[in-house]
Design a protein around this ligand. Structure first.
Ligand SMILES: [Zn+2]
Length: 248
């Protein structure tokens, strides 16, 4: 069976149990600015199982779900309302380890396979908890609002984001507000992202004693292997630790 993941981080999840995983959205493009090409439609058509992030995150796939109901569509956002976490509608669902584990279980079932994914991910999550728990008071800003599930899961102290969505640049007013909040001194770290220009972040933090880190919500530098998702969590944990912890 051919498995297609819509986004790179979903390919990391799928590769834990499927041998050949294709990815729809190219690595250098985010779901915020993806536009369909005719060749993408052919790739969708050729897939038996499609792991995707749901209508809110990937509206460009909605009409294909209706067109090809016989394919197995595994929506990682499915069932989030029943978790009592309905307030959290961040569309970057793969940053919720619980949602990732459940989607992977549905894929494993669809393939009729067995998998040790959950045990391996929970083992990594235990390490991540140990490293992040002492830093839960440290304030930080992120570039765009992509980490709500992660922040909630690890109980971290995110104080704000530069923009809700990367294609909307913040106005002068909100930049000034942000700068005064940063100047008050309760922000340890500001995280940029590789896909977006750090010039904005540099100008807002200029002259302030704030560390800069980099987070990648898509994990583009993590290879699609069996352990890719656990590695993604390990890497993201390190990036938080590196920027939030005291350096000696
Ligand atoms: Zn995003």
């Amino acid at each position: 069976m051919t498995v297609l993941a819509s986004l790179h981080p979903l390919a990391l999840i799928a590769a834990s149990v499927a041998d050949d995983v294709e990815t729809l959205v190219p690595l250098n493009i985010t779901p915020h600015d993806f536009a369909f090409r005719p060749s993408d439609i052919r790739r969708l058509q050729a897939a038996d199982i499609i792991l995707w992030a749901g209508i809110e995150s990937e509206p460009y796939l909605e009409r294909f779900v209706q067109r090809w109901p016989d394919k197995v569509w595994i929506d990682i956002s499915e069932g989030h309302a029943s978790e009592g976490g309905d307030h959290n509608h961040d569309g970057h669902w793969w940053l919720s380890p619980e949602m990732a584990i459940r989607a992977q279980q549905r894929l494993t079932q669809a393939l009729g396979a067995n998998s040790t994914f959950e045990d391996e991910v929970r083992e990594q999550l235990r390490h991540s908890h140990q490293q992040l728990a002492p830093l839960s008071e440290r304030g930080f800003f992120v570039f765009h609002q992509a980490y709500d599930h992660w922040v909630e899961y690890f109980d971290l102290n995110q104080l704000g984001s530069f923009t809700l969505s990367p294609e909307q640049k913040p106005g002068l007013r909100s930049l000034n507000q942000m700068r005064s909040q940063l100047a008050r001194g309760d922000v340890t770290c500001v995280f940029t992202e590789p896909q977006f220009s750090p010039a904005l972040v540099a100008s807002v933090t200029r002259g302030l004693d704030i560390r800069l880190g980099e987070l990648d919500p898509l994990g583009v530098h993590i290879s699609v292997t069996k352990d890719g998702y656990a590695e993604f969590i390990r890497d993201l944990t390190q990036r938080f630790v590196h920027c939030l912890a005291d350096s000696d």
